[in-house]
Design a protein around this ligand. Sequence first.
Ligand code: FES
Length: 110
Amino acid sequence: MTAAATKRIFVCNNKRVTPTSCGLRLDASGAADQLTELLAERADTGTEYQVIKSKCLGRCQLGPVLGVFPDNAWYTYEDREDLGEIVSEHLENGRPVERLAIRRNTRSAA
Ligand code: FES
């Protein structure tokens, strides 16, 4: 029997008092909860998902941000619709969502 693959989705929940802190720009905590809900609604594909409310992911000015690992895929999002597209396209079908993607090496500290 083969162990299920696991993907971890880190959702920045940092709430620093700056205009570029993800957690203050949108309800990032709510986004993590919404992702968990959306993933629970999907059919079982043999992949397990772990949604993690993280601290700063170093891409503050591009936020709110989340990262999918081990894919090393980074996304920004505005609402539940964007989160749903990340779930249906990237996580279910393995297709990157280009309109929401953040380049891997992009950092906010410029
Ligand atoms: S505050 Fe979210 S990446 Fe830094």
